[in-house]
Design a protein around this ligand. Structure first.
Ligand SMILES: [Zn+2]
Length: 282
């Protein structure tokens, strides 16, 4: 499909025909659509083999050496930074954090900024999206960059980054007007990787992640499925509740390629991709 924004390449055809796969309970807590917040804390630490150091892309600017992100998130971040021409001017401020690191950040923010500010901008240990490896704080590259609340202006390459983010699978996670749902103040610098085409659907429908995960429950394998379509492919999206058993039978619609993500609470979201025509390969 020529130059692609999404990480979906249909040449990896799986040719699925009315298949079903088994998903274990632990898979509820994994994948790009996990919802992490006060009500849905992290259930299991991310396996280290899912992470990659930002240093494998030497052009990327990191605030501190040794930053890590989940592999697809990192790959798409680099593609987005290149597309918005912000690779020189945007600095990666904070990516993956272990629970210990989140504890330290929370404790030092309490000391330096006080409880009110900390409650607005810093998630409690176990409730931070940064522990998923799917969240990245970005800032304007400058002589001083605030670690908790970096500056991310509304013009130039920063604005380009915001405008192109959804095409690369990222959402601005904490938006103005959604504070009563997210319980976090507006954070122009915090982006969350949810993958293609979920970020675009959320943006189009003005959903924050809490709203999207809740909304998607109305779509099911045997009932109505949500369909996203662009010039090159069609995506069927539906929810499969987890069974009480140790594993759940997840039905997969006919497609070329599918992805399963847990929602971090009670089930799975299936994205089934089908290319249009024969010109779908890269
Ligand atoms: Zn953040």
């Amino acid at each position: 499909m020529g130059q692609t924004n999404s990480s979906i390449h249909i040449e990896q055809r799986q040719n699925v025909k009315h298949a079903a796969v088994q998903a274990s309970r632990s898979e509820i807590y994994e994948g790009p659509l996990v919802l992490v917040n006060r009500s849905n804390p992290i259930q299991q630490p991310l396996s280290p083999d899912k992470l990659q150091p930002l240093s494998i892309y030497p052009l990327l600017n990191e605030l501190q050496d040794g930053m890590l992100l989940e592999k697809s998130c990192l790959q798409q971040l680099v593609a987005l930074l290149e597309a918005c021409e912000g690779i020189d001017d945007i600095v990666a401020v904070s990516g993956y954090r272990s629970k210990d690191e989140q504890e330290q950040i929370y404790a030092s923010s309490l000391l330096e900024n006080g409880p009110e500010y900390t409650a607005c901008y810093v998630a409690k240990p176990g409730q931070s999206e940064h522990q998923t490896g799917l969240a990245i704080d970005v800032g304007k590259r400058d002589s001083f960059v605030d670690f908790i609340a970096p500056s991310f202006p509304d013009n130039g390459v920063y604005q380009n980054f915001k405008q192109l983010a959804a095409q690369y699978g990222f959402i601005q996670r904490y938006k103005q007007g959604k504070e009563s749902i997210t319980n976090i103040s507006c954070e122009p610098w915090h982006f969350r990787y949810v993958g293609f085409p979920h970020a675009e659907i959320m943006e189009e429908m003005d959903f924050c992640l809490e709203e999207y995960i809740d909304w998607i429950r109305r779509y099911s394998y045997s009932g109505e499925r949500f369909t996203y379509e662009n010039d090159t492919l069609q995506v069927s999206i539906y929810y499969v509740p987890a069974e009480a058993a140790p594993s759940t039978t997840v039905p997969i619609v006919n497609c070329d390629l599918y992805r399963i993500s847990g929602n971090n609470s009670d089930g799975f979201i299936i994205s089934a991709y089908t290319g249009k025509g024969h010109q779908v390969c890269e």
